[in-house]
Design a binder for this molecule. Structure first.
Ligand code: UD1
Ligand code: UDP
Length: 375
């Protein structure tokens, strides 16, 4: 019998920790031929290669090297290069995760070639079309054959867009599979000792959304409030390259220098970043994935965005969505410093076994025989 051939797509930082547990699980099936395609949307060592090392992923089987560019340019380049791989490989399934440009680009190529698309982390909605990711999510879901969701609200979102049926499957959260799998290893990272920081003695910051960092006034205001809060406790700020470039372009370095203890640094590897998150007093972020990780680690999360596509992190988890109002950020940090930070619980099925459920279900849906199933 021919093997079930699956191309797994990664492109940007949040994709690596989602594909890692899926790929590992696929390797347990003698009947599955799994490969990894890296589009090269993210390419700096700190945004890409380091994650392959940290997560124990093999080198990608295909590297498309598309790099940065405008939305049309980047999406188009991924499509052109990915189509060549798909035509040569003729997979049965293209599996994509999340909501980045590589996600929609590869889905679109696959569906036009009559190849099944599997979307993992389907159905999340911010209902804010100003976010490029929202457009990527809506379109990817429309053309996917199987949609695996991380929280129950996702199926309701999909139903509003006419997507209902057995091909929408609530499976849990693969990003949390990676988190739980690597937590012990991350605990032995020396990053905090190297920085001279004590557990719960600092706040952790990540910012990269265009709505926060592409406007000089908004970014300037955020740096001001961070500078002010850093007089209360050290703030660690591993910086996304987009943000680093914008601070330079807008000439905002002065605000960082004026801050009491705002520590700008290169983006951290996965294990070091997890160690920093797990031990932070709080995390202030606009990241999607970090809202989920803080919820599972039980660390208060302040999300500086007007909305979240991951509402369960706020209704069940430790997340508080404060918008871009710096007064609200200050208020929330003070609440946490007073010991009144948000407590939460772990959402349903965020249990470290989502990849097992997803690959098992795919195998069953594709008619895989029991004797070539998971070893
Ligand atoms: C992308 C995703 C976003 C995701 C984020 C995760 C889209 C539309 N956006 O945003 O959803 O949350 O990744 O981190 O897909 N750059 C480098 N080195 C790199 C990568 C990027 O210097 O390795 C710089 C370049 O100047 C580039 C800019 O960062 O122009 C933005 O990169 P891009 O991939 O376009 O978008 P992100 O902001 O990273
Ligand atoms: N992350 C990391 N180092 C950092 C910042 C983030 O390893 O310096 C990890 C984080 O733990 C999470 C993922 O990157 O697993 C989130 O990616 P990002 O915030 O870039 O994207 P988003 O989730 O917002 O799309």
């Amino acid at each position: 019998m021919n093997k079930l051939k699956i191309l797994n797509v990664v492109g940007a930082r949040p994709n690596f920790m989602k594909i890692a547990p899926l790929y590992e699980e696929m390797l347990r099936y003698p009947g599955i031929d799994a490969k990894i395609v890296h589009t090269g949307q993210h390419y700096d060592k700190q945004m890409s290669e380091l994650f392959f090392d940290n997560l124990g992923l093999p080198k990608p089987h295909f590297y498309l090297g598309v790099g940065s560019g405008g939305h049309g340019e980047q999406t188009g380049r991924v499509m052109i290069e990915f189509e060549k791989v798909v035509l040569a490989e003729r997979p049965d399934i293209v599996l994509v995760v999340g909501d980045v440009n590589s996600t929609i680009a590869c889905s679109l190529v696959a569906v036009k070639l009559g190849i099944k698309v599997v979307h993992v982390e389907a159905g999340l909605r911010s209902y804010d079309r100003d976010m490029p990711e929202e457009v990527n999510r809506v379109l990817t879901d429309q053309i996917s054959d199987y949609l695996f969701t991380t929280e129950r609200a996702a199926a309701d979102n999909l139903a509003k867009e006419g997507i209902t049926g057995d091909h929408v499957i609530f499976a849990g959260n693969v990003m949390i599979d990676s988190l739980l799998h690597h937590r012990e290893k991350a605990a032995s990272s020396t990053v905090l000792a190297d920085l001279g920081l004590e557990p719960r003695g600092y706040g952790l910051i990540t910012l990269h959304r265009p709505s926060n960092v592409d406007d000089p006034e908004v970014l300037g205001r955020l740096l001001d409030v961070l500078g002010e809060l850093s007089a209360r406790l050290p703030l660690l700020f591993p910086m996304h390259p987009r943000t680093r470039n914008k601070i330079e372009e807008f000439g905002l370095q002065g605000k960082v220098e004026a801050a009491a203890d705002l520590r700008l640094m290169e983006p951290l590897g996965y294990l070091d970043f997890m160690k920093c998150t797990d031990n932070a007093l709080f995390v202030l972020t606009d990241s999607g994935g970090v809202q989920e990780e803080t919820t599972v680690l039980g660390v208060p999360c302040i999300t500086t965005r007007e909305n979240t596509e991951r509402p369960i992190t706020a209704t069940v988890g430790t997340n508080v969505v404060v918008g871009r109002d710096t007064a609200r950020i200050r208020e929330e940090v003070v609440r946490i410093l007073d010991g009144r930070g948000k407590q939460g619980e772990t959402p349903e099925l965020w249990d470290g076994h989502a990849a097992e459920r997803i690959v098992g279900k795919l195998w069953e849906l594709e008619g895989g025989s029991a004797d070539a199933g998971a070893a």
